[in-house]
Design a binder for this molecule. Sequence first.
Ligand code: AMP
Length: 361
Amino acid sequence: MKIGIIGGGQLGRMLALAAHPLGLSPVFYEQTADTCAAAVGPVSTGRFDDHAALAAFAASVDVVTFDWENVPVESIRPLTRFTRVSPPAAALELSQDRLTEKDLFRRLRIPTPGYAAVDRASDLARAIDRFGLPGVLKTRRFGYDGKGQAVLRTPGEARAGFRRLAGQPLIFEQFVPFEREVSLVAVRARSGEIRTYPLAENVHEQGILASSSAPFTDPRLARAASAHVRRLLEEMDYVGVLAVEFFVRAGRLIANEMAPRVHNSGHWTIEGAVTSQFENHVRAIAGLPLGDTAAVGHAVMVNFIGRMPAAARVLAVPGAHLHDYGKSPRPGRKLGHATVVAASTAAQARARRTLLALRRR
Ligand code: AMP
C-alpha cells in the first residue's frame, strides 16, 4: 500500500511519522523540494495546477490524501481515474469556500453564525441591516489563521474592512461573543465506521491557535458535536480525519469551520490519545481498522509560532514532548508544538501556563 500525500508541511510530516510504524512509507507532492516533510519521505515537486505531474504522482500510489485543503479541486477530481482519493474531492471543494461550507452546515441543521455573501458594498450594507454589528468580514477562499478577515464594530470599520478585502468574493458573519472555542476531530473508515475524539478546548491569539486542552469534558456538548460531525462525514461519504471548529455561546455549539484533514487542534492526540489523529487518518485511507480514540490523560498542546524556544528549555518541563517541524522561522509561522499529558486538570492547567511562558521569552 503506497500513500501519496499532496502537500509537504508539518501535517504531512506527522502523517508520515505515524505511517512508518505501520509499514507504510508515504511519498509527497509539493511545490518546492525544500519542505519540512522532505525529512521523512521523498518529495515530487510540481505546481498544484500541473495536471500531468499530478496524474503521474497519483498513478504511482494506491491512495492520494492531502495535508492542505486549498489545492485546486480541478487538479484533484481527475486523479480518481488513476487512484483512490481520500478524503473525496467534494469535501475539499465544500471546505474551500466559506459560503458553500456554511450552506452545507445549514442544510444539515448544524447551527452557524448568521451569514451572507458579499460581492458589492450594497451586499455588505444589506447584511449589516439584517444581522447588525459587530460582524466579521472574511474572504470566502484561502483564508486561514485569521488571515483575510476584518472585525467590523462600527460603520467606519465596515467601510475600511470592505475597502481592504474587496475585489474577491467575501462573506459577512455575525460576530459571536463566544465563551470558548472547541473542536471535534473525527475519523471515518472506508467501511463507514466513525470514531470521534474527545472535544478539545482551543485558545486563539490573533486568529492563530495558541493552545488546545483535551478532553474538554461536557457530555452534552460532546454528544451534540459528535452528532453534527457524523452528519457531515456521512453526507460527504468521507474517508479519513475531519475536524470541525465550534464556538460555544450560552451553552450551545455554533459551527465556525471544518478542515478536511488532520488538524492542529488534534496534535494533542499524538501523546494524549490511544491512537493519534495521524495514525487514524492513515488507517482509514489505507483500509485498516480504526484505532481507539480515547484520551489517556489530560493533555495540553501549545504551538510555537514565529520563534522556537530552545529544545532544552521545552524538555526541562516535566512530561513535555517536543515537536520541532524543522522550518525556518518567519513571523506568524507555525514552527513546532509541545504537549504535556497530565494526571489531573489542575496539573494540565499548570503545564499550559508553563508551556505558554516558553513562547514569551
Ligand atoms: P477562522 O479563520 O474563521 O477560523 O477564524 C479565526 C479565529 O477568529 C476564530 O478561531 C475565532 O477566534 C475568530 N472568529 C472567526 N469568526 C468569528 C465570528 N464570526 N465571531 C467571533 N469570532 C470569530
